[in-house]
Design a protein. Structure first.
Length: 220
């Protein structure tokens, strides 16, 4: 009962902390509230428990965390110029590292390790998105496309792997009608197609806004 209570109270406390910090720095209320709502969905709803049973749900969890909640929170915070390429490399390294089988097993072995995984993914993703929002459009587009490629590559590796890589899920997928390999392949497709599509759409939107602005300047 105490562990269950801890697992519920901790994410709620973290989300409230994010919200209060955002309000303290005069963050934009709408994206801040939307980002915090996504965090509650990910860490308090039954979806969080599902991600412990299915690696594909964990993949969806991490996509929503880094490609939906993170940009919303980044948009809410004041713009700060950073190093987009450095943030992109740091986030890619963290994302790949936590999806290595040994690191993934470590993350699910204890509550502390789990939150280390989730917080490093979220903070690095917020840093990436904030640096993109503050960068020039060509730089932002390049960084988003590079992130799309690295996520797609990881997704492809998981999709085409012929053996299950994550021992944690060897006995958790069958009640859901999936073999461990099928669950892993579904996770790979989610990263490859859905995750990649989010970064592609963001890059196209950024490029479109930049071209429209240049056209307005040229006409003026």
């Amino acid at each position: 009962m105490q562990i269950r209570h801890f697992r519920v109270v901790t994410p709620i406390g973290l989300v409230i902390g994010f919200f209060l910090i955002g309000r303290a720095v005069r963050a934009r209320p709408l994206p801040l509230a939307a980002g915090c709502a996504i965090l509650l969905l990910l860490f308090v709803s039954p979806f969080c428990a599902l991600s412990s049973a299915l690696f594909s749900a964990r993949a969806a969890h991490h996509i929503l965390l880094t490609a939906v909640a993170a940009p919303l929170l980044a948009m809410a915070l004041p713009a700060v110029r950073g190093r987009p390429a450095a943030w992109a490399c740091a986030h890619a390294l963290i994302f790949w590292a936590w999806h290595a089988p040994a690191a993934y097993a470590f993350a699910l072995a204890s509550v502390g390790a789990y939150w280390l995984m989730e917080l490093t993914l979220l903070v690095s993703a917020i840093g990436l998105w904030r640096s993109v929002l503050a960068a020039t459009a060509p730089t932002g587009v390049a960084v988003l496309l590079a992130t799309m490629v690295q996520m797609g590559l990881l997704g492809a590796l998981l999709t085409f792997a012929s053996t299950p890589l994550y021992a944690w899920h060897w006995i958790t997928t069958q009640p859901w009608g999936l073999s461990p390999v099928e669950d892993q392949q579904l996770a790979g497709l989610l990263m490859w197609i859905v995750g990649g599509a989010i970064y592609l759409v963001a890059a196209l939107r950024l490029a479109g806004d930049w071209l429209a602005e240049r056209q307005r300047i040229a006409i003026a």
